[in-house]
Structure formats: structure tokens, C-alpha cells
Design a protein around this ligand. Structure first.
Ligand code: HEM
Length: 236
């Protein structure tokens, strides 16, 4: 069988692809967070950034398709691997091993599903702008005179809705929890199995996930006025 085929048919190949697609998605959510933090800078910055991304045209669509393929593959492989594990031990363990697994690892499917539901809502909200078609209008003038979409005002208006902000905070909380186990599992699949290193890796992953969560949550919380210093940076 060729290499590509065995990536999808063998158990180790599936695990590898699960880790590889996970790596792509961690890379995306980290980059996306860095881009979003520009909300704490003058509006020119994030509006210019949004315009730059849009002007990539076909390149942007290629990246979107690649990300979509990674999400679909990640979920499909997760289902395959879960079914495989169940077939391998249909009776379950004679001794309850549940305590050995962390809560994060046991609820990966559930946290993943909530993140997926969030993603569908999020794309409808900010990318397709189904509830606010006016967000698609080029109403902001960059310093060089180019009229672009006002991504800054869109974010401020979007997060001024308390319900929307709460949903975002819950979703990024669950995503961070999902990543806490996912990152460790991913690095182990890529070959790091030593126990001392694993403990160190678990701590690093936990720090990363807390920082990721707090920075993401800071965006809606600052818009709602709950973080004195950061809220003062938001221009309305
Ligand atoms: C507080 C957290 C977040 C904020 C403030 C935020 C903000 C945004 C904004 C403003 C856009 C539209 C960009 C534009 O109009 O040019 C967007 C698009 C998007 N976001 Fe987020 N986002 C957050 C969290 C997330 C998370 C956790 C994920 C993934 C699980 C995610 C995935 C996406 C995707 C896939 C798009 C579509 C990108 C595209 O149109 O090409 N976002 N986000």
C-alpha cells in the first residue's frame, strides 16, 4: 500500500494525521488570536489587517479550504479512532481506569462538538455577517484614503451583546480545555514518550491554554467594560 493510503487506513497513520491536522488548527487559532488582539490598538491597524487578508483573494480562499479540510479530517479521524478503540475493547475495562485519564481527555468529543457549534455561529456572525449585512460595507477610510470594512466597529458592536460575549467566553474556555489534552497527545504522537518530558509538556500545555483563554476572553470582557485598563483602550 502506498504511504498516502496507509496514513488513512492504519491506526498509527490515522493518529499521525489527527496530530498533524491538530497542529494546523492550533497554529490557526494562535495566529487568529494575535490578529484579534489588534483590537487594543487604534482601529486603523485591525481594519488595515482585515483589508490585507481580503486582498489576498484566491490565496485567502486556498487557506480557508485548507483549514476547512483540516477541521473535517480532524473530526472524521476522531470518530474513526474512537470506534476503533471501542472495537478493540467492547466490554470496557474490568477495572475502572477512568481515574487515570484526565477529565479533559475523557470529554474531548464533547468539548470538540461545542467548539464546532461555536465555529458555525462565529462564521455566520462575523464572516458571512448574516444578521448584520451592513458590516460588509466599506465604511472606514484608511490613512491612505482606501475605503475598507470597519472590522473594528464590527467587533465592538458584536461583543456589546452580552449573550454573544458569554457564548464566546464559554466556547474559548472549552476550546482551551480541549487543547490542554490535545497538545500533549499531539506531541506524544509525534514521538515524545519519555515520562519526565511528558510531565513538563503537560505543564507547558496548561500554561499555554490558560494564556490562550485569558487573552481571548479579554476581548469581549474589555468591550463590555469589565477590564478597566483594556476597556479604556477600546474606541467607540
Ligand atoms: C474572542 C475570540 C475571537 C474573536 C474576537 C474572533 C474574531 C473574529 C473576526 C472579527 C472574524 C472576521 C474577520 C473579518 O471580518 O475579516 C473572525 C473570523 C473567523 N474566526 Fe474568529 N474570533 C475569535 C475566536 C475564534 C476561535 C476560537 C476560532 C476557532 C475555533 C475562530 C475561527 C474563525 C474563523 C475560521 C474565521 C473565518 C476566517 C475567514 O473568514 O477566512 N475564531 N473571527
Amino acid at each position: 500500500m502506498n504511504l498516502l493510503g496507509s496514513l488513512f487506513t492504519s491506526s498509527i497513520g490515522r493518529k499521525f494525521m489527527m496530530a498533524a491536522t491538530g497542529l494546523v488548527l492550533v497554529g490557526f487559532v494562535t495566529g487568529h488570536l494575535v490578529g484579534n488582539l489588534q483590537l487594543f490598538l487604534p482601529p486603523e491597524k485591525i481594519n488595515h489587517y482585515g483589508h490585507l487578508l481580503e486582498s489576498l483573494g484566491l490565496g485567502l480562499w486556498a487557506v480557508r479550504l485548507f483549514l476547512l479540510a483540516s477541521v473535517v479530517l480532524h473530526i472524521w479521524l476522531a470518530i474513526q479512532l474512537t470506534l476503533e478503540n471501542r472495537t478493540a475493547r467492547p466490554q470496557g475495562y474490568a477495572v475502572d481506569h477512568v481515574n487515570r485519564a484526565t477529565l479533559a481527555s475523557r470529554i474531548m468529543a464533547r468539548t470538540g462538538l461545542v467548539v464546532l457549534a461555536f465555529l458555525v455561529f462565529h462564521i455566520a456572525h462575523y464572516t458571512v455577517r448574516v444578521w448584520h449585512p451592513e458590516w460588509s460595507e466599506p465604511t472606514y477610510l484608511l490613512l491612505d484614503g482606501t475605503a475598507v470594512r470597519d472590522v473594528y466597529a464590527m467587533m465592538v458592536q458584536g461583543f456589546s451583546n452580552v449573550g454573544v460575549s458569554i457564548f464566546y467566553i464559554i466556547a474559548v474556555g472549552l476550546l482551551s480545555y480541549h487543547l490542554a489534552h490535545g497538545i500533549v497527545s499531539m506531541v506524544q504522537t509525534f514521538g515524545l514518550k519519555n515520562e519526565n518530558w511528558t510531565r513538563c509538556l503537560e505543564r507547558l500545555a496548561l500554561v499555554y491554554c490558560w494564556v490562550y483563554f485569558l487573552l481571548n476572553a479579554a476581548i469581549p470582557l474589555a468591550v463590555l467594560g469589565y477590564l478597566p485598563f483594556l476597556s479604556g483602550l477600546i474606541q467607540r
